[in-house]
Design a protein around this ligand. Structure first.
Ligand SMILES: [Zn+2]
Ligand SMILES: [Zn+2]
Length: 332
């Protein structure tokens, strides 16, 4: 008898479906790719053809220029070769999708990157029962438990109010995190203008075009120091310690990332105000998701796979690490 899911082939450069001659999130250019979401380590440039959600295709066009794309809406089903394919929300960033594959009476779900908690900038993760669940494990250690979003945003606002002569400079990954920080502040009722680094403009515009209200957003470039006192400024993490930030009034450097649970990381990057805000599932979300889906097998794509594989083994769930290459965990 054929092995469960053997029509889905993990290779170091991505997951390959021979029956459809298509790759999922390949790290090298291929003739035809299915792409889960727009982060650079999943969505590479240079593919012949890209099948992805309309939002992911737009993100790839901002980053890589025009794509030969086939937009696939959430819930739309299509057939590639002998494989039925559909995209369902992954709750990670705008347009992020899990790819649901049905073939030979077996269902394999490739989740890409995902999280379970509320995110006002994208559709919520949709659990899909399956035989094989292919999961990430970016925060796949029991030490990673992300706190409540609301409490982290409160911390940011309290710091801002306590320092009217300074600004809070928030480092946030350009795709997803930056827009989420802004939107979460709006959800908290913060209506002041928020100033952004030029590198964030196009992706913020893309979110706004897709109906995510980011409120009063202004370029930080060319604004007088005085005007930026008591303000929130959002920039890519790389701008926190470079010359760009010198124009700001005594910036309090903050960083919005799941990695801010690791104090040493915050110290290394000279972060005064760590804000723990992650677009990935934490340990509890990873294990709760596996319990909810109760797949026959779990395959772990990238991250800290050992603890999760072990956790599955203890519960009689067959699990293995796929050892894919080219994924980074700095996108959070
Ligand atoms: Zn990602
Ligand atoms: Zn990733």
């Amino acid at each position: 008898m054929a092995r469960l899911g053997d029509w889905v082939q993990p290779h170091p450069t991505g997951i390959y479906l021979p029956a459809a001659d298509v790759w999922i999130d390949p790290s090298v250019p291929v003739p035809r790719a299915l792409v889960t979401h727009g982060h650079a380590d999943h969505a590479r440039g240079g593919h012949g053809e890209v099948w992805a959600t309309p939002e992911t295709l737009q993100i790839m066009e901002v980053r890589y220029g025009p794509q030969t794309g086939r937009p696939v809406a959430y819930g739309e089903s299509l057939t590639l070769g002998d494989i039925d394919v559909s995209f369902v929300p992954a709750g990670h960033v705008l347009g992020s999708a899990q790819i649901v594959l049905d073939h030979r009476g077996e269902r394999v779900v490739v989740s890409g990157d995902y999280k379970r908690r509320e995110d006002p900038t994208c559709a919520r993760f949709e659990p899909v029962k399956c035989d094989v669940f292919v999961t990430e494990a970016t925060f796949g250690l029991p030490v990673f438990r992300h706190p409540e979003t609301h409490d982290e945003m409160d911390k940011l606002l309290a710091t801002l109010r306590a320092n009217p002569d300074r600004c809070v400079l928030v480092g946030a990954y350009a795709l997803g995190k930056a827009q989420r920080v802004i939107r979460e502040l709006r959800v908290m009722g913060f209506d002041d203008p928020i100033y952004i680094h030029g590198a964030l403009q196009r992706l913020c515009d893309l979110y706004i075009d897709n109906g995510v209200d980011l409120g009063d957003l202004r370029p930080a470039m060319g604004v007088a120091k005085g005007e930026l006192m008591g303000r929130v400024v959002v920039a890519p993490p790389s701008a926190l310690n470079d010359r760009w930030s010198r124009r700001l009034p005594e910036p309090i450097s903050a960083m919005a990332s799941g990695w801010m649970t690791v104090r040493q990381r915050a110290r290394q990057k000279n972060i005064e105000l760590p804000i723990i805000l992650s677009d990935h599932a934490d340990w509890d979300e990873l294990t709760a998701t596996i319990q909810e889906l109760s797949p026959r097998e779990v395959w772990v794509t990238h991250g800290r796979e050992d603890a999760l594989v072990h956790w599955c083994a203890m519960r009689q769930i067959k699990a293995r690490a796929l050892d894919l290459v080219g994924f980074e965990d700095e996108d959070d």
